[in-house]
Design a binder for this molecule. Sequence first.
Ligand code: 7TS
Length: 419
Amino acid sequence: MNSKTTEKDIVIDIQKIKNDFPILKRQIRDNKLVYLDSGASTQKPIEVINAHTEYFNQINSNIHRGLHTLAEEATNAYEKTRTHIAKFIGGVKTCEVIFTSGTTESINMVAYTWGEANISEGDEIVLTDMEHHANLVPWVMLAKRKNAIIKRIPITDDGRLDLDDIDSIITEKTKLVAVTHMSNVLGTLNPIKQLAEIAHKNGALILADGAQSAPHMPVDVLDMDVDFFAFSAHKMLGPTGVGVLYGKENILEKMPPFNMGGEMISEVSFDRITWAELPHKFEAGTPNIAGVVTFDTALTYLENIGMENIHAYETKLTAYTIDKLLQIDGLKIQGPNNSINRGGAISFTDKNLHPHDISTFLDSKGIAIRAGHHCAQTLMKRMGTIATARASLYIYNDEADIDALYDALIAMRKYFGHE
Ligand code: 7TS
């Protein structure tokens, strides 16, 4: 794959994209930055950075309350992003798009509102063995509060969901299936549509954690038929502190609110309080207006490249990366070692070196990866390790970045005497 428009369906101008991200020009320890930690947070194109400044230079105001021009413009800009997201995730109603501070808050919102109202003693909540703590801790704590039961879908040794016994895991006792769309550690892409069908057949709801999928591929929540879908702006070129909870209208309507305060009410007296209409019922207080407004520009940037294109490009680059890493003796890929149904979060371990040492050595060459348990301690236990090194890709990465990673890993093994 060359840098520009080669594979039949992939149209990516990688040099232009790289130029759009000012931070990629930075030197880290006398090396040009190679950023392979987008699973943690992505870098921002100049358009997004400018949109943030522009908001404060031209529009800054509170929303949904003022009658002056700035208040109206800020409200319109904020709501424009909501409309954009509704379209971006498959054409849902705007009242089904709730702004939160991130995936973590989106999932907690469901656990504390829907969960408190609907989970009782003996009910079952089904998770998987590859969940990020954000989609695990809220459910485990809810189950503790309610005397409910957590069940888990196991994984195979190569990091896929093992659905062999799914009929005994998701049953009529199941109230909720909460599963990651794409694993932040293994890269595995899970069959959400199939799981939604099984969940619904059993009268359960399904929540998909889209933190790692929404940035990298087309997402259609209606086609997957999920009841809830959560994701974060900062993992898709947008600002930190902004996330989304999509929920089906009829379910959100019945859910009690999460945070209480201004903007989420209709009428307030000391005797009786009524809630605002969706989506405002779930957006108490002054939200991250600048962040939400800026997120619109990030979505446009992604759409201009095309989500299909992004997915195809990253799948190719993932295959290239796996192929390179497999050439290094003593290195093990933790997760599927092919690019089928997986994304570009690629974890690996070295039989002689701790992932922290790998990350520190790579940093000395200007290469940013993540090392640790990746907020997935139960998955680490299942994999028989306590930590992995993880390279995670995005649209501004290319084969040269992967070659730099490969060369640095070879140099590292030499440096530590493990050639
Ligand atoms: N779910 C998944 C699958 C994630 O990967 C993450 C963050 C979250 C939820 C939480 O998202 P947040 O925006 O609310 O923090 N994952 C990572 C990661 O892999 N490295 O750093 C953060």
